[in-house]
Write a protein that binds this ligand. Structure first.
Ligand code: NAD
Ligand code: UFG
Length: 340
């Protein structure tokens, strides 16, 4: 029988790509999602892509009754927890929401897993836990110092996991710190579908290219980078999804806790990304330079060494491929997923 993996938040951006890769690797993903930031039609797209529609349970990760049902009705062997909220600005105005969903949600899930004897957990953390350490290449031992409530919420869950594994060493936990996920599946069938005005660079650029938005605002060109604009380690969402499968496999071999950065080890400035997107789409991206965005760090990227040695994983797709796949998804789905 295929190994059943519970994927919370499995209809979201990173979750849906991971579900596809799990199916293709021979796993049986079971999705728990409350559709607070995703659409049901993702499931049909996953079916088109893989030939299989994954089982779905609709509900909140904080709902113990729902979790009882999930764990009683299935033979789950591991949980990947993508469910959560991820907007830095929103976390500053609504901290309770962030600590409730991201922190309390993870704790309820872990408590229920323990009750049912399931002790394999993969957690979506973020490079945001490092804050602004004053240098730009982050290894897993770079000190943690989040600078907003979203980052704090990820740090808190990490801390819970570190203490849990210390007290109960038979848990197998992977903390994955993502750098900047972008791109879409190369089929153009699934991708990122932000609601409202995109806060992040790649979806905004893509909406400018397709004519949905007039121009990009570049937040500052006076950073100490190659061209003065902010630089990030963008990672293709399919590479990221494959990183989760590598992590599940690594957990089969190691007890305890592993903490790994998932990025490419390269960085791309805003202007470099704009030019790569222009090339991929054959469109001009009009832009203006405006003030720096408060809270932004100049530049950072991962040292990818540990991911290579511990997970035997390495990102394969470069910035051009990230832009090409984003553009294909944008063109095939100019309005994103259809409304439910
Ligand atoms: P997303 O919003 O597309 O996906 C999250 C999914 O979780 C959505 O389908 C949403 O409906 C669901 N969800 C939210 N709250 C829930 C709840 N209480 N119960 C059940 N389901 C719930 O986000 P994403 O980009 O796919 O991110 C996935 C995870 O990765 C998040 O935890 C996020 O914080 C983390 N992460 C994302 C990024 C990024 O830039 N996208 C970077 C680092 C870390
Ligand atoms: N940028 C612009 N114009 C825009 C949007 C972004 O110039 O309209 C610039 C930013 O200033 C930054 C770069 O593009 O230099 C990337 O910005 P994003 O908003 O795409 O990504 P961030 O690195 O700011 O944020 C991401 C995730 C957060 C996470 C953070 C830290 O979206 O959830 O990384 O890991 F907290």
């Amino acid at each position: 029988m295929e190994t059943q993996i519970l994927v919370t938040g499995g209809t979201g951006y990173i979750g849906s790509h991971t579900v596809v890769e799990l199916i293709q690797a021979g796993y049986d993903p079971i999705i728990l999602d409350n559709f607070s930031n995703s659409k049901r039609s993702v499931l049909e797209q996953i079916k088109k892509l893989t030939g299989k529609e994954p089982k779905l349970i609709e509900g909140d990760i904080r709902n113990e009754k729902v979790l009882d049902r999930v764990f009683q009705e299935n033979k789950i062997e591991a949980v990947i927890n993508f469910a959560g909220r991820k907007a830095v600005g929103e976390s500053q105005v609504n901290p309770l929401l962030y600590f409730s969903i991201n922190v309390e949600g993870s704790i309820v899930l872990l408590r229920k897993m323990k009750e049912y004897g399931i002790k394999r957990f993969v957690f979506s953390s973020s490079a945001t836990v490092y804050g602004d350490p004053g240098y730009d290449c982050f290894t897993e031992s770079t000190p943690l110092s989040p600078i907003n409530n979203y980052g704090e919420s990820k740090w808190m869950v990490e801390e819970v996991l570190r203490r849990l594994v210390q007290a109960e060493p038979d848990w197998k936990v992977a903390i994955l710190r993502y750098f900047n996920p972008v791109g879409a599946h190369e089929s153009g069938l699934i991708g990122e579908d932000p609601s409202g005005i995109p806060a992040n660079l790649m979806p905004f650029v893509s909406q400018v290219a397709v004519g949905k938005r007039e121009k990009l605002r570049i937040f500052g060109n006076d950073y100490p980078t190659r061209d003065g604009t902010g630089a990030r380690d963008y990672i293709h969402v399919v590479d990221l999804a494959l990183g989760h499968i590598a992590a599940l496999e690594a957990l089969n071999k190691n007890d305890g806790l592993i903490t790994v950065n998932l990025g490419t080890g390269n960085n791309t400035t805003v202007l470099e990304l704009v030019h790569a997107f222009e090339k991929a789409s054959d469109k001009q991206i009009p832009y203006e330079i405006v003030e720096r965005r408060p809270g932004d760090v100049a530049a950072y990227y991962t040292d990818p060494t540990l991911a290579k040695t511990l997970l035997n994983w390495e990102a394969q797709r470069d910035i051009n491929k990230m832009c090409e796949d984003t553009w294909r998804w944008q063109q095939m789905n100019p309005q994103g997923y259809p409304e439910d």
